[in-house]
Design a binder for this molecule. Structure first.
Ligand SMILES: [Zn+2]
Length: 533
């Protein structure tokens, strides 16, 4: 996109550092854009590279939509005088927000005047012929630093508010809305409150979560996500359907008592994209902050009653492939049910189908578990014997890929998939920050992140289908050794859940009883593919 040039024989760059802080940045109170932050970042980059700083050119409170900024003009002057031969900014928008005019500088003015331009966060470097080469590693560190820093700051600010009993969740739980006069205070939303009252009323009368969810669906009562559709542009297939989990979460939510209960769920860390339930003792509860939708006596009564019906019997029998079975069609887990009373047979079923059977979001994938287990074991047995006898782990499995006619085509596809996964992960991160800062509610965050995670799984599966093996995977003796050991153990008859979990990542079951095995060892995936052809 940008012209490149190479400046030879210039061991040292003399750097003009350009910093801009606009009024909007000040209003947003976005610390990451502060002059000090920009300065620290750019200075550390220059020091890291061993360049020399000529001057800082700081336009504080100026818009980026034009170039009539005193310090920008001063910098251009200095450039014309030859004082500096490199311009450094945090990101392109610091230089300017007008794409045409900014482009003029980056693509024409700087190259023409033999000035190197580097914008750290976008990875633009007009002096490098390969994109992002020497900035990339540094950029990653900085990005990381920034998001960590940001997430920490938002968290602290958030906690202070929560401790004061202020609502910070953005979109309120069903039945409430933020007070138009004060967004941190909740008031009853009469358009929705009837649903909450109905649910508590049914629970009081003795209906279970399951029965309540069925009644809600039968009466076509809208769900929170349907009612608040305008907040999200990513519809889900099951959006309009009530499920037991939602009902349970509502019935247990003390917020309906008029107490502010926050910090019930959080992400493991800013980097680990998984949501975890926060233990009850760490919830932030401030009593009597808003009008209740249920009285304490009823609430207590319901909790007592529900306690008895929610204790599920612990699973007694674990089967060999427990936890490894997934649905090929919807990518959700496949459960192994308890043996049938009538004939003692064990069946498997797609979880997603089971949860939403009436809505037909997937098909049953219901088969006799023992038959499936037998089939998988038979395949593994022949495959492993074949591998061990032919000493195939030492074989160059690259050959398999070379034989694929569509190799080049696959490479492009693969790159697209990897890129898509990256984008989805970035969306997850962005949403996390939005959730922390209260732009989106916990419920919505959880719903959308679940959806994104399913899409990521789908993409990961596609990635595997394309069969890609890295040189490290090809030539890793230690991994081969471990793999061989596991295969030998298996063939010796040491077949248990532990060895299965070490060997197998997931087994996807098709509606027609076929199955795909994905190993934890990429080489095995290749050899399986070769074996199947
Ligand atoms: Zn399914």
């Amino acid at each position: 996109m940008y012209n490149t040039l190479t400046i030879n024989n210039q061991s040292k760059y003399r750097v003009a550092i350009y910093i801009r802080l606009s009024k909007e940045d000040l209003d947003k109170k976005d610390e990451s854009e502060s002059v000090k932050n920009q300065k620290d970042l750019l200075e550390s980059y220059v020091n890291e590279q061993g360049y020399e700083i000529v001057d800082f050119y700081i336009d504080d409170g100026y818009t980026g939509t034009n170039f009539n900024r005193p310090n920008f003009q001063r910098m251009i002057n200095d450039l014309e005088l030859g004082k500096a031969n490199m311009v450094l900014t945090k990101d392109l928008s610091r230089l300017g927000r007008d794409y045409i005019e900014t482009g003029e500088y980056v693509e024409k003015y700087f190259p023409k005047n033999r000035i190197r331009f580097v914008s750290i966060l976008d990875g633009i470097d007009t002096a490098s012929d390969t994109t992002n080469n020497d900035i990339a590693p540094f950029k990653a560190v900085i990005n990381d630093m920034y998001s960590k820093d940001n997430s920490k700051k938002i968290r602290t600010a958030l906690k202070t508010k929560q401790l004061k009993g202020l609502w910070v969740g953005g979109c309120a739980p069903l039945g409430y809305m933020p007070d138009p006069e004060n967004r941190n205070h909740l008031v009853i939303n009469e358009d929705e409150a009837y649903i909450v009252r109905k649910i508590f009323d049914w629970a009081k009368k003795g209906f279970t979560y399951f029965e309540i969810k069925e009644k809600l669906n039968e009466e076509k009562i809208p769900t929170a996500s349907m009612l608040r559709r305008k907040h999200s542009n990513t519809p889900m297939a099951n959006e309009g359907i009530w499920c037991s989990k939602t009902v349970r979460r509502m019935l247990e939510n003390e917020l309906y008592l008029g107490d502010m209960v926050q910090n019930r769920r959080s992400r493991v860390s800013y980097k680990v994209r998984q949501i975890q339930d926060v233990p009850k003792e760490r919830w932030i509860v401030v009593p009597n902050t808003h009008e209740p939708l249920v009285d304490r006596k009823t609430f207590e009564f319901i909790q007592q009653r529900l306690k008895n019906c929610k204790t599920r019997p612990k699973k007694e029998i674990y089967r060999l492939f427990d936890g490894l079975l997934f649905c090929y069609d919807c990518k959700h887990r496949i459960s192994i049910c308890k043996p049938r009373k009538s004939d003692g047979r064990t069946y498997i079923v797609c979880n997603y189908y089971r949860m939403y059977s009436k809505q037909k979001l997937c098909t049953s994938h219901s088969y006799n578990y023992d038959k499936i287990e037998e089939g998988i074991l038979k395949l593994l047995n022949t495959l492993f014997k074949n591998i061990l006898e032919g000493n195939k782990l030492n074989e160059n499995v690259e050959d398999v890929r070379r034989k694929k006619k569509t190799k080049a085509n696959n490479k492009v596809k693969l790159e697209n998939i990897i890129n898509e996964i990256k984008i989805k992960n970035e969306q997850l991160d962005k949403m996390y920050l939005d959730n922390l800062s209260g732009k989106i509610s916990d419920d919505m965050y959880i719903r959308i992140s679940e959806k994104l995670n399913i899409e990521i799984n789908r993409l990961e599966a596609k990635k595997r289908e394309l069969g890609f093996i890295t040189p490290e995977e090809q030539n890793n003796e230690e991994v081969d050794k471990e793999c061989k050991q596991l295969i030998e153990d298996f063939l010796k008859g040491n077949v248990d859940r532990n060895i299965m979990a070490k060997l197998i990542k997931r087994i996807e079951i098709h509606q027609n009883k076929e199955f795909d095995i994905y190993f934890n060892f990429q080489k095995l995936n290749f050899l399986l593919e070769k074996y199947n052809h």
